[in-house]
Ligand binder design. Sequence first.
Ligand code: G1P
Length: 282
Amino acid sequence: MKVVIPAAGLGRRFLPATKSMPKEMLPVVDRPVIHYVVEEAVQAGATDLVIVTGRGKRAVEDYFDHNPDLGNVGEAPELEDLEALTRKVSIFYIRQRMPRGLADAIHCAKHFVANEPFGVLLGDTINVCTPPLLRQLHDRFVALGGKHSIISVETVPDEKVSDYGIVKGREIQPGVFEVEDMVEKPSLENAPSRLGITGAYFLTPGIFPIIEGLPPDSRGEVQLTTALNILAKKEKVYAVTFEGKRYDIGDRGIWLRTNIEFALKHPVLRTAVKDACRELGP
Ligand code: G1P
């Protein structure tokens, strides 16, 4: 399976931290977000990954490279997991020349994915799911005929509706919606439902010519949601709910909370974090 990881976004929600540092490198406990994303892709069966980067994102490439200053794994055992991960997959990089939106970033990978269906995982979102979320989407893709794009959705609270793409769909089986319409970051009044797009996709290559035909919006961005809306009218697109939990690390509050949640599961840090929560709590 080929997987595209868009990691070119500006991280506006996390400024000033992300002014000179990729949001994909924000640490969650002791690993950057992108580590979890690549790990998920590999666990889902990815053989080849392309990370779409951009200006100011070189730290992402350096992260998956060998660092001669740190010596080999024997000298830095903390790097063992990372080394093992990079041995399991081929990672390629493409630079998006300027931030022109999620659809444009995915389009940068057109030649890489060639004419096959492919997975997309956002570089700033961790999914903790069994089976891995992309595997769940792939399995749905196969079960629903192997011809239609699949996007993951979850019910979002009212105050988060305007942060996400929102789907209007007809539930054809439990947790599977045939997409009728999609609105990118609507106001609460204009939201057609509370089903928010979580940022994992299994797409057909039919998306590429659609992206090519789309003009940028008022912010100069080409939105994936707009392209998917057109795709849904040509081929069916299904939105599916999933087993597991998604962490949108580009959001400061969620990033902080995720660090605490993950640290509470960490064998070494657990006690210190529990103590801190007890001491600092109300
Ligand atoms: C993107 C998509 C949006 C989706 C979101 C998930 O928005 O455009 O539809 O709900 O990812 O995180 P972004 O977060 O890049 O603004």
